[in-house]
Design a protein around this ligand. Structure first.
Ligand SMILES: Nc1ncnc2c1ncn2[C@@H]1O[C@H](COP(=O)(O)OP(=O)(O)OP(=O)(O)O)[C@@H](O)[C@H]1O
Ligand SMILES: [Mg+2]
Length: 484
């Protein structure tokens, strides 16, 4: 039987033709035994023809039993009518789509298999990958987009649409300018896109942009997308919001700068403090000389004033770094009332009134010297800001709720003086920042803040130049010091 079927194939050229086919060809006898397979079948099945010939289709490929394929084969064999169908062959080591043509004759069934897996699965697979890309791109916080060669957006992910506050329908097909980017910004991207097209290399940049969430800083990269011929067909871009990162870096730079300034200031004050004391003493000795001419004496006074200014700068820093003393239990009212004596003369001259209220008078453990220095700085600043007739209010209380189980001292120093502009307010805690060109060292608040923060507290400020609330309020929140 086997031979008779094989003999049924016209010898001349037909076998060669079947052998050269890239499609698999199988000849089955009426009992569905394999009578002939071409080499494409051997390749696709991974077995030599000799292993297959003489065995039934069903024992060779049991997964096909009970499927459409079996039904089609049997019906073709029975009716003598050819069958053409597509079949997804899964099992027996296969996962392939075939276009199958079965031609019955009295010697059996001639079957051609065309592998259409790529055609069948291609689009499905592509759609699957596309869905995965879409899900990833829609959910990333980064902005992802694609420009065509005419600089128009042909893709924008959700994050970018949200930042624009637009739908894809009203943004795709437009360039930056048409999407409302400032002229300089659109022109910059135009140049960059041209450069990416010309050089076929990526380009990076940083740029501020005002979108739906305000002014933010962005870092971006444009990369060329090449076609099969190696030509740029589009430009893909990703942009990341780096506002927070830049702010953190800036804060770090600032604090490093402050720490360096602090160390420098401390070492300078330490170095100049001793010679300073000697000069002060010497000037005092010279002053004691009754025979000094008047003119010299006036120079001497000038020298003393200038020297006391230098002395103020030096001690301001030195005291700050000298916080070696132990904290002590203090009655805050007693501690701060001495300020009244310190500034009494200035209050009188400037015709400024001073109101104090101590709500909680029980003693608190504090670093007395430092605390007095801070409050003195705040009161001194308030005095400088006040016009005649103005007033300063000092208030104190103890909070037990800010930190459960601990007491915190709260002191406010408020004035109804000039108030501060936004620009001033931003910089008041910087060392050497002062608006008092002639008299200010610009160290008072910087030192005060460092002292308070070193003790785990905070120094806050509120200030306005707008009537009727014009003025400034500083608030010290200081946790009670631990007993040592
Ligand atoms: N109560 C206030 N009202 C208005 N402006 C203030 C007040 N307190 C501080 N400022 C502003 O903050 C700046 C910095 O204050 P800071 O105490 O650090 O330095 P300064 O007072 O200028 O100099 P000094 O080192 O002699 O105290 C001041 O120059 C002033 O512009
Ligand atoms: Mg000051």
């Amino acid at each position: 039987m086997k031979n008779s079927v094989a003999n049924a194939i016209p010898k001349i050229g037909v076998e060669q033709a079947l052998e050269s086919m890239s499609d698999a060809f199988v000849l089955l006898d009426p009992e569905f035994r394999v009578a002939y397979v071409n080499s494409a079948t051997e390749r696709s099945v991974g077995r030599p023809a000799a292993e297959m010939i003489g065995r039934t289709h069903w024992e060779l490929w049991p997964s096909s039993v009970g499927t459409d394929l079996e039904r089609f084969y049997r019906s073709a064999m029975q009716t003598g009518r050819p069958a053409s169908f597509q079949h997804h062959y899964v099992g027996d080591g296969f996962d392939h789509w075939f276009d199958i043509h079965a031609y019955p004759s009295d010697v059996g069934l001639a079957v051609y298999y065309t592998d259409i897996t790529d055609r069948k699965q291609g689009p499905v697979e592509k759609e699957r990958i596309e869905r995965a890309y879409k899900a990833a791109l829609s959910n990333t916080p980064d902005l992802v987009y694609v420009f065509d060669l005419d600089h128009r957006f042909i893709y924008a992910n959700e994050a970018l649409l949200t930042m624009w506050g637009r739908t894809s329908a009203d943004s795709l097909g437009k360039n930056c300018l048409e999407l409302g980017y400032p002229d300089w910004h659109a022109a910059m991207h135009d140049r960059e896109i041209d450069q990416v097209i010309a050089t076929k290399t990526p380009i990076r940049g940083e740029v501020p942009f005002i979108g739906t969430s305000g002014r933010r800083m962005y870092e971006y990269i444009f990369v060329p997308v090449l076609d099969d011929a190696g030509e740029v067909e589009s430009i893909a871009g990703t942009t990341r919001d780096i506002t927070e990162r830049l702010q953190a870096e800036e804060a770090l730079r600032r604090s490093e700068k402050l720490a360096t300034a602090g160390r420098l200031a401390a070492s300078i004050s330490h170095e100049i403090n001793n010679p300073l004391e000697s000069v002060t003493n010497l000037l005092y000795l010279i002053e004691c000389d009754e025979s000094l001419p008047l003119e010299i004496r006036s120079y001497l006074e000038l020298a003393q004033t200038e020297l006391s200014r230098v002395s103020h700068i030096a001690t301001q820093n030195l005291r700050f770094y000298r916080q070696g003393s132990k904290p002590t239990m203090e009655n805050i009212q007693t501690l701060l009332s001495s300020l009244w004596t310190l500034y009494e003369r200035r209050f009188r001259i400037s015709q400024v009134s001073f109101a104090q209220r101590f709500f909680d008078v029980e003693p608190v453990r504090v670093f007395a010297g430092e605390l007095r220095q801070v409050v003195a700085n705040l009161v001194g600043n308030a005095l400088d800001a006040l016009d005649p007739g103005g007033c300063i209010a000092l208030r104190q209380r103890i909070s037990t709720t800010l930190r459960p189980g601990h007491r915190s001292l709260i002191i406010t120093v408020a004035d109804n003086g000039t108030g501060m502009s936004e620009e001033t307010l931003k910089r008041i805690f910087e060392p050497f920042f002062s608006t008092k060109t002639a008299t200010g060292t610009g160290l008072g608040l910087w030192v005060s803040k460092e002292i308070i923060e070193k003790q785990g507290g905070t120094l806050r400020v509120r200030s306005t130049q707008q009537s009727p609330y014009r003025g400034t309020t500083f608030m010290i929140i200081l946790p009670e010091a631990n007993a040592e």
